[in-house]
Design a protein around this ligand. Structure first.
Ligand SMILES: [Fe+2]
Ligand SMILES: [Fe+2]
Length: 189
């Protein structure tokens, strides 16, 4: 397994669920509600799993390769984007399912998520493959899959300060024994 492949698989599932929503008649509010609820919970869980497991590992690998500035920028961007996606998801809940406003809010969430996924795939995932070997990516894939399985019902959405997140993660990396961050050990900040 490879954590970058699992993240790509999740992105595909997100694109698929947005596409399904677009093909359901607006009168079928029960189906729209159920699929949006599933997608919203999945988007939150995916972002949280990345913040717990992928981005700490990206920072660690970049710092070890003396490329701290590059991975810090990518992580700051990602946390900022995750906040935007969380806020867009919250906005959907303010509208009645199947109305024009509801569709507009779903479209805004789709746009925020699409932009973020494209950047994450082009930058963070690509850099991580260059910086790490397959055994490490397999180890992290196990942690990522287990995190999503344990929290399959969803996680509480909490916006994070991007700089605070990077600083807290780097502090944890510095204090971890032999420089290895135990995966999934990040706490919310
Ligand atoms: Fe992400
Ligand atoms: Fe992602």
């Amino acid at each position: 397994m490879d954590i970058t492949e699992l993240i790509l698989d999740d992105h595909h599932e997100q694109r698929r669920l947005f596409a399904i929503l677009e093909q359901i008649d607006r009168m079928e509010t029960g189906a729209l509600s159920a699929i949006w609820a599933r997608l919203a919970a999945f988007l939150e869980l995916h972002a949280q799993a990345e913040e717990e497991i992928f981005y700490p590992a990206l920072l660690q690998a970049g710092i070890a390769a003396r490329r701290a500035a590059g991975v810090e920028d990518e992580t700051l961007d990602a946390i900022h984007d995750h906040n935007e996606i969380r806020d867009a998801i919250a906005e959907v809940a303010r509208h009645q399912v199947g109305t024009d406003d509801w569709y507009a809010a779903v479209a805004a969430a789709n746009l925020a998520n699409s932009d973020h996924m494209a950047e994450e795939e082009r930058e963070g995932l690509t850099d991580f493959r260059r910086l790490t070997g397959l055994p490490r990516r397999h180890q992290l894939a196990v942690a990522f899959a287990a995190y999503e399985a344990r929290n399959y019902a969803g996680v509480r959405p909490v916006d994070k300060d991007p700089l605070g997140y990077v600083r807290a993660t780097e502090k944890k990396l510095r204090t971890a024994p032999s420089g290895s961050l135990s995966v999934g050990s990040m706490k919310r900040n």
